[in-house]
Design a protein around this ligand. Structure first.
Ligand code: SAH
Length: 350
C-alpha cells in the first residue's frame, strides 16, 4: 500500500467536533479527557502526534496507526511582490485542488477560503465555474485551509478573519459550510468570533433563509453584480432559478431577523452594468435596506471575454451611489500580480 492510500483510510481529525473527538478517544481505549486534549492540539494546527506532549505513548501510537490530522498538500504558493498577499493551491488527496488566499491588513489577517472544488453556478465573469463542479468540501477541508495557510505562510501569521469567497458556492454546500462554521466557532477549538467570518453567496435563496436562522451572527455578502433582473440573467444563471424579487425579499427577511447589514458585491463590467443608469437603478433598488455596496474592479479572466471598468469608473460609480444615499466602497485590489482573481490559479494548473 502506498503512503497516500494508507492515509486515505485513516480518520481525519480536523473534521471532528469536540464530542466526536472524545468518542474517538474512547474507541481507542482512552478516557474522554484525552479526546479534549487531542481536540485542542488539532485545533492549534499541530499535525504530528509526537508533538502533543500531554498524550500518553500508547494513545500516540494508536493515533499514528488509525488517524491523521487531515492536512492539505501544498501544490503551489505565490507571494505578491506588491502587497504581500499570498496565494496557495492545496491538494485534497483525491486529485482535486483548491485555492486559498492570505491577506494581511492592519486589523489582522484574513483567509479567503474555498467551499467547493470547482463550481456549478456558471457566472459569466468567474474563472471558478469554467470547468464545472468536481465536488463539495468537507468541514475539515475548509478548516484545514486556515490551518495550512498558517503552516506554510512566508512569515508567522495567526488568522483572525475568514471570508468564504474562494472557489465554490457555500450555499450549494450548506452542510460543509455550516459544519465548518460550527468547528471554527467552537470555544474549545479556534473560538473564532462569528463577527469575524463572512459567507458570500451568489444568491441561493433557500440558503440565505436557513443561514439567517442558524447563523445570525455571521456576516453575509451577496454577489449582486446587476441592478435589474435582465442584466443579472445575462451574467449569472442562478438568477433564472431565484430572480431579483425573490432575492431582495430574502435579503429583507435576513435583516429583519438578524438586524445585520448585508454587503452587496458588485463587480463592474464595462458596458454591462457600469453606466450611470445602472447606478441609479441599483440605488433605487437598495434604498431603505440596511446594506453596503462593495464595488469590485473586475479581475479580467481571459476566457470570459468581459472587461473590467477600471478604478476610475469604480470611484465614479461609488459616488453616484453615495449621492443617492447608498453607502459604497471600492474594494482594494490585492494580489493582482499573483492570479488574484477567483479560480485563476487553479485553472492554470488544471
Ligand atoms: N460563490 C460565492 C462566493 C465565491 S466568489 C459568490 O458568488 O458570492 C467571491 C466573489 O468574487 C463573488 O462576488 C464573485 O462574484 C466575485 N468574482 C468572481 N469572479 C470575479 C472576477 N473575475 N473579478 C472580480 N470578482 C469576481
Amino acid at each position: 500500500m502506498t503512503e497516500t492510500n494508507k492515509s486515505e483510510n485513516k480518520t481525519k481529525l480536523r473534521g471532528l467536533g469536540l464530542s466526536e473527538t472524545e468518542a474517538l478517544a474512547k474507541d481507542l481505549g482512552q478516557p474522554a479527557f484525552r479526546g479534549r486534549q487531542l481536540f485542542r492540539w488539532i485545533n492549534k494546527g499541530i499535525t504530528d502526534f509526537r508533538e502533543m506532549s500531554d498524550l500518553p505513548e500508547v494513545f500516540v501510537r494508536k493515533l499514528e496507526e488509525k488517524c491523521t490530522a487531515g492536512s492539505l498538500e501544498l501544490m503551489d504558493h505565490q507571494v505578491s511582490a506588491k502587497d504581500g498577499t499570498e496565494k496557495f493551491l492545496f491538494g485534497l488527496g483525491d486529485g482535486n485542488a483548491v485555492e486559498s488566499v492570505l491577506m494581511r491588513y492592519k486589523y489582522g489577517s484574513t483567509a479567503c477560503i474555498s467551499s467547493q472544488a470547482g463550481c456549478r453556478m456558471g457566472c459569466a465573469f468567474c474563472a471558478s465555474g469554467i470547468n464545472g463542479l468536481n465536488r463539495s468540501l468537507t468541514p475539515g477541508e475548509m478548516l484545514s485551509q486556515i490551518m495550512d495557510i498558517e503552516r506554510y505562510a512566508s512569515s508567522p501569521v495567526s488568522i483572525s478573519h475568514v471570508v468564504i469567497m474562494g472557489t465554490g458556492e457555500p450555499f450549494d454546500n450548506y452542510d460543509g459550510t455550516s459544519g465548518f462554521l460550527r468547528l471554527i466557532h467552537d470555544e474549545k477549538g479556534r473560538n473564532m468570533s462569528s463577527r469575524n467570518i463572512t459567507v458570500s453567496t451568489c444568491g441561493l435563496v433557500p440558503g440565505i433563509r436557513r443561514f439567517a436562522d442558524e447563523f445570525p451572527q455571521v456576516n453575509l455578502a451577496v454577489s449582486l453584480h446587476a441592478p435589474d433582473q435582465e442584466t443579472r440573467e445575462r451574467i449569472m444563471p442562478v438568477s433564472r432559478a431565484y430572480d431579483m424579487d425573490e432575492l431582495m425579499a430574502a435579503c429583507e427577511e435576513y435583516t429583519e431577523k438578524t438586524h445585520r447589514r448585508i454587503t452587496f458585491e458588485y463587480a463592474l463590467i464595462r458596458g454591462v452594468n457600469d453606466s450611470d443608469v445602472s447606478a441609479a437603478r441599483l440605488a433605487n433598488m437598495l434604498r431603505g435596506m440596511l446594506c453596503h455596496v462593495n464595488l469590485i474592479p473586475l479581475n479580467k479572466v481571459g476566457e470570459t471575454g468581459l472587461d473590467g471598468s477600471g478604478r476610475k469608473r469604480a470611484r465614479e460609480f461609488a459616488e453616484l451611489l453615495e449621492k443617492r444615499g447608498i453607502p459604497a466602497t471600492v474594494r482594494r485590489e490585492l494580489g493582482s500580480d499573483i492570479d488574484g482573481a477567483c479560480g485563476q490559479l487553479r485553472l492554470k494548473r488544471g
